[in-house]
Design a protein around this ligand. Structure first.
Ligand code: HEC
Ligand code: HEC
Length: 335
């Protein structure tokens, strides 16, 4: 009798072990599929190579791209500040304050559209816009071409990267795009966890991830490996900026902005298109109270009902998306 009971208990335990191990493997397989890194699509005419990367990097860090010769792309997209600037909204030429925050250029290789309002498709289309913008780099593109042509080091770099194409606004943009496409997030604890390394993230972060995908409703918009649906949503911020409406004027786009990646989000405070929040705690509070300006809220936006412990768990999860920065050598400026 006693022996039978023990046998039954042992059997149940073994069965439970097998089914739970099976479920665990299953979950991870699903997650791996859901968060799989897609391959980077390069335009046919701008396949990357070492020459293009070198030229693009040099241009990205060169303040001579601006009218004053003081501001480079990296002034605002600073690698030490998560490829952003640590400011609520950007500051350009002549200390002009812009009305939007500088997004990171990390993982822009995967963006379907560029900018908070998606007004550019490719990185190639985007690259000359900050150069020309009065508020950003305030440089006449034709002047810039002449300036670079007068620098023998650049003539050589362009020749290597785009043989026979010369220095034009197109080759400048292509090189900048090529370099930016190489700035991608590394493997974060979250990735190691879904790949099966159980201890890569804490129990709190695991609970946070369950909330992120479940009750807190975050993954409706922050979906996939880059934690964005590449869509535009109004999440109820107090802001006069019409956002996507300027590009696509229909009711739902008013005050809608592109869902930003959450990869390395710990590095890119302040947050939101207008830098409204200084910390991730404040961001989570925003979602918990269901936003502020509810006049045109996205239909996908639901208040995330979270208690104190759940908010902490969600924050712990967000931290697991941080990867070590790739080693970066600064380019030598050609003369
Ligand atoms: C004065 C600061 C400043 C400078 C200089 C600057 N940017 Fe930006 N960058 C911004 C801001 C602000 C935005 C967002 C603007 C918007 O969405 O309307 C942005 C957006 C971008 C984006 C879109 C990212 C995304 O996720 O949508 C890319 C790519 C980019 N910049 C690349 C560059 C390159 C290349 C240069 C140099 C040629 C450059 N930037 C110079 C501030 C700057
Ligand atoms: C309806 C879509 C949607 C949902 C749901 C959503 N987000 Fe967002 N999230 C966005 C958009 C769009 C922005 C940018 C808004 C802006 O600047 O106007 C954003 C911005 C953020 C930012 C700031 C990132 C940065 O670089 O500025 C964080 C962090 C964030 N969301 C985390 C979360 C978390 C955590 C949840 C769940 C509680 C969540 N989001 C739910 C769409 C969404």
């Amino acid at each position: 009798m006693r022996k039978n009971m023990w046998l039954t208990i042992c059997l149940i335990a073994v069965c439970e072990f097998i089914t739970s191990a099976g479920a665990y493997a299953q979950i991870n397989k699903d997650l791996l599929e859901k968060y799989k890194v897609p391959s980077i699509k390069e335009p046919l005419l701008n396949k990357s190579n070492n020459y293009r990367l070198k030229l693009g990097k040099t241009l990205f860090f060169d303040p001579r791209l601006s009218g004053s010769n003081w501001i480079s792309c990296a002034t605002c997209h600073n690698p030490a500040l998560g490829w952003s600037d640590g400011l609520p909204t950007a500051i350009g030429e002549g200390q002009k304050k812009l009305h939007r925050a500088t997004p990171t250029i990390l993982n822009t290789a995967f963006n379907v559209m560029q900018m908070w309002d998606g007004r550019f498709r490719s990185l190639e289309d985007q690259a000359m816009s900050p150069v020309e913008s009065n508020a950003e780099m305030n440089q006449d593109p034709e002047e810039l071409v002449k300036e670079l042509e007068a620098i023998p080091g650049y003539v050589e770099l362009f020749n290597d990267a785009y043989p026979g194409r010369g220095i034009t606004t197109d080759t400048i943009a292509m090189a900048l795009a090529s370099f930016q496409r190489s700035i991608v997030a590394g493997i974060a604890p979250f990735d190691r966890w879904i790949a099966g390394e159980d201890k890569a993230i804490s129990a709190a972060a695991k609970r946070g991830f369950a909330l992120f995908e479940g009750n807190a409703n975050c993954s409706t918009c922050h979906s996939g490996f880059n934690f964005t649906d590449d869509g535009f949503h109004n999440i109820g911020l107090n802001s006069n900026d019409i956002g996507r409406f300027a590009v696509k004027p229909v009711a739902v786009t008013k005050g809608a902005f592109k869902t930003p990646t959450l990869r390395n989000v710990t590095r890119t405070a302040p947050y939101m298109h207008n830098g409204a929040y200084n910390t991730l705690e404040e961001v989570v509070e925003h979602y918990a109270r269901g936003g502020d300006d509810k006049s045109n809220l996205s239909p996908n936006f639901k208040p995330a009902k979270l208690n104190y412990a759940e908010k902490q768990d969600l924050l712990e999860f967000l931290k697991t998306l941080e990867s070590a920065p790739a080693e970066l050598t600064y380019p030598e400026m050609p003369n």
